[in-house]
Design a protein around this ligand. Structure first.
Ligand code: DOR
Ligand code: ZN
Length: 347
């Protein structure tokens, strides 16, 4: 018999872009409604690089999610070539900073302040290793000579492997993996290496984005790859293996910034994030593994407690709205206008 409802330990989202200002107010409640905690990406303008900035940003997030008082944003510092390592470690010791994020310079949205050469930040990474503070990586190598579809695989050889050789105890999350290469690498690495997987990379390949007309709302970074990679990601996510956990990388941009001659990268999955994942796990006959992926593997890696609350998803069609609109700001969600098979039950 196929499942008609499923109850899970309340999930966490280990990779979220909440933005700031009016955008923050519009998008944050979607995440807070479904997830107990979320790892908040620091790629604002200017980026969140200090403990003090993270404290302020956390306040703004809490204000935007006041209807969900149990929601806990977990803050992340954005690593730059000249970041103050002392402040970073202090921020972690005080419980303000959960992790630090490595954006290779130029890799993605607001990454111009990112790290130009990982060697520049070796002293900071060594301090993080000692402290047990996780490093979250946007795993793409950027260069004029590197094909955009090869950026992730190249990152493994050029950056990840040498880094882990030099710092074998560093806790690393390979964020939003998109290739079989990355899934295999994470599986073969030590327990200190894990990965997040987005709902959209489980659902789309590059044909979905490019065949029959270019679909700007399916453009994200790392860009979706060939079908064989999507299949490898589905296998990894639905395996229940502790190295893989939920991270939506929901990345909202205003509609005009997406539907543009030079459209921004990012897919807005937040409104139905957990339902998108449920659909994939059901298709793979692995609904029994969804709880491990969404609610258990992440906190285990971060050495945090597993949530006490539960959520229930019911098998009931619902239509994704064409757009979410607030104060004149419109955002097109993933699968806009389409029917989803699962629905999160209201509290
Ligand atoms: O598609 C993406 N959008 N990938 C990223 O790495 C950043 C994100 C954003 O901030 O828009
Ligand atoms: Zn991201």
């Amino acid at each position: 018999m196929t499942a008609q409802s499923i109850t899970l330990i309340k999930p966490d989202d280990w990779h979220v872009h909440l933005r700031d200002g009016e955008m923050l107010k519009q998008v944050a409640p979607y995440t807070a409604q479904q997830f107990a905690r979320a790892i908040i990406m620091p790629n604002l303008l200017p980026p969140v690089t200090t403990t003090a900035m993270a404290v302020d940003y956390r306040q703004r997030i809490l204000a935007a999610t006041q209807d969900y008082p149990d929601f806990k944003p977990l803050m992340v510092a954005y690593l730059t070539d000249d970041l103050d390592g002392k402040d970073l470690i202090n921020g972690h010791q005080q419980g303000v900073l959960t992790a630090a994020k490595l954006y290779p310079a130029g890799a993605t949205t607001n990454s111009s302040h990112g790290v130009t050469d990982i060697k520049h930040i070796y002293p900071v990474l060594e301090a993080m290793q000692k402290q047990g503070m996780p490093l979250l990586v946007h795993g793409e190598v950027v260069g004029d000579d590197i094909d955009v579809f090869d950026r992730e695989a190249r990152f493994i050889d050029d950056v990840m492997q040498p880094l882990l050789k030099d710092m074998p105890e560093l806790k690393v999350v390979f964020e939003h993996i998109t290739t079989k290469d990355a899934a295999d690498f994470v599986m073969s690495a030590g327990d200190n290496v894990a990965a997040t997987i987005t709902a959209h990379h489980l659902q789309i390949n590059r044909n979905d984005m490019l065949v029959g007309g270019i679909k700007p709302h399916l453009y994200c970074l790392p860009v979706a790859k060939r079908e064989q990679h999507r299949q490898a990601l589905r296998k990894a996510a639905t395996s229940g293996h502790q190295k893989f956990f939920l991270g939506t990388d929901t990345a909202p941009h205003a509609i005009n910034a997406k539907e543009s001659a030079c459209g921004c990268a990012g897919i807005f999955t937040a409104p139905h994030a957990i339902e998108h994942y449920a659909q994939v796990f059901e298709e793979e006959n692995a609904l029994d593994k969804l709880e491990a992926f969404a609610s258990i593997n992440g906190p285990k890696f971060y050495q945090l407690s597993i949530n006490k609350d539960h959520i229930t998803l019911i098998k009931k069609d619902q239509q994704v709205p064409e757009k979410t609109i607030d104060k004149g700001l419109s955002i097109v969600p993933f699968k806009a206008g389409e029917i989803l098979a699962w629905q999160l039950q209201a509290d």
